[in-house]
Ligand binder design. Structure first.
Ligand SMILES: NC(=O)c1ccc[n+]([C@@H]2O[C@H](COP(=O)([O-])OP(=O)(O)OC[C@H]3O[C@@H](n4cnc5c(N)ncnc54)[C@H](OP(=O)(O)O)[C@@H]3O)[C@@H](O)[C@H]2O)c1
Length: 335
């Protein structure tokens, strides 16, 4: 049998740097494929901030912690090389939750495995304008935040994968968009490339003071971050505003929950609606989102900048880049 390299979680990480203290690259001989399993030669790995939470011992997250000693998991894009499921023929281009490995072994029903459109000129768009981050942006902005034309939408971690798409979905739906991100280069990207109406560098500027300039206040907020950014936004929402809680990346490196916002009373004072959402709950609705995402992509109205690292052995470099905010757009690893 062939061998396969994979990343193993040995200890719960501390912080967002030096991951090689906690994970190691291992090699094993592949065992024969079990009934119902599918084997995929991984071409790209998606680096997703939410996976950082799975590495903690927290049992109150949206999914159980990854056991120590387990293979690290994440979204993979690649081709089927062996299959015990007739829906996934060898050669098919597929995406699903697999392992950080050269070859991922998946059970389709447990991993959200799906065959993706092989005719797309740039297959990486299955991690971009047509990927899970795009579905997240679409559901969060359109359904949860229920953004209407002419309204003001704020997006945090706005220059990252999910945030940059949320900004564009908001803009495409006719909203005025405020992007909040770390650093001047990201703010330039938001203004010049994504066409947002206002960009705020939360590392250098007073977020609350800048948001106070939004006429009438913010009608909607797509939050990827939590913590002080959420606090600043709540104080600047319009009455009857909607807050879509997509992520809380400011707290993923901690073993305890991120504290709630000090200005939570504004939920009552301004009659706000706050709702969390989680894209795996929407997976079966993919066919509904894709035509709109595809149309925007083809029209150049939904773009993704990629931050690409080469080689399975460099996964931790890419992962750290994402969690420490070195990225603009989507962080991927090409195998
Ligand atoms: N609900 C769902 O189903 C769902 C699905 C996909 C993603 N998400 C969420 O979307 C968010 C973004 O994830 P992603 O995978 O697309 O990653 P990403 O935005 O491409 O990268 C993470 C970004 O988070 C920002 N960040 C890190 N620590 C921060 C802090 N303490 N305060 C403020 N910003 C911080 C950094 O940007 P800055 O330089 O701007 O700080 C960094 O670029 C995460 O919260 C993730 O959980 C949720």
């Amino acid at each position: 049998m062939p061998t396969c390299r994979f990343w193993r979680l040995n200890r719960h990480p501390e912080g967002n740097t030096g991951f090689d203290r906690f994970l190691s690259l291992e090699e094993e001989t592949l065992s024969p494929l079990a009934a119902g399993e599918v084997r995929v030669a991984v071409e790209y790995l998606s680096m997703d901030a939410g996976t950082r939470m799975w590495m903690t011992p927290r049992t109150d997250g949206y999914q159980p912690p990854l056991p120590l000693g387990a293979k690290m998991v994440g979204l993979v894009l690649g081709r089927v090389i062996e299959s015990n499921d007739p829906a996934f023929a060898p050669g098919a281009l597929v995406r699903g939750f697999g392992q950080w490995a050269d070859i991922a072994t998946l059970v389709p029903a447990l991993s959200g495995l799906e065959v993706v459109d092989d005719s797309i000129a740039d297959p990486l768009q299955h991690f971009g304008a047509l990927g899970m981050n795009a579905w997240t942006a679409y559901v969060g902005v359109q359904e949860v935040a229920a953004v209407k034309p002419g309204e003001w939408l704020a997006v945090s971690a706005a220059a990252g994968a999910t945030g940059s798409l949320a900004c564009q979905v908001g803009r495409n739906l006719g909203a005025k968009v405020v992007g909040i991100a770390g650093g001047a280069e990201k703010c330039r990207y938001l203004l010049d490339d994504l066409g947002v109406d206002m960009a705020i560098d939360y590392r250098a500027e007073d977020v609350s003071a800048r948001l106070a300039q939004v006429p009438g206040g913010l009608n909607a907020f797509f939050d990827n971050v939590g913590g002080p950014v959420l606090d600043a936004v709540l104080r600047n929402m319009a009455h009857y505003g909607r807050v879509a809680i997509c992520g809380m990346v400011a707290g993923y490196d901690s073993d305890v929950a991120l504290p709630g916002p000090a200005s939570f009373d504004q939920v009552l004072m301004r009659r706000l609606r706050i709702e969390g959402f989680f894209i795996p709950d929407f997976l079966e609705r993919g066919a509904q989102f894709l035509p709109q995402l595809r149309a925007w992509m083809d029209a150049g109205k939904l773009t993704m900048r990629f931050d690409e690292t080469q080689g399975l052995e460099n996964v931790l470099v890419a992962y750290e880049r994402m969690l420490t905010g070195k990225n603009i757009g989507k962080v991927v690893v090409k195998l």
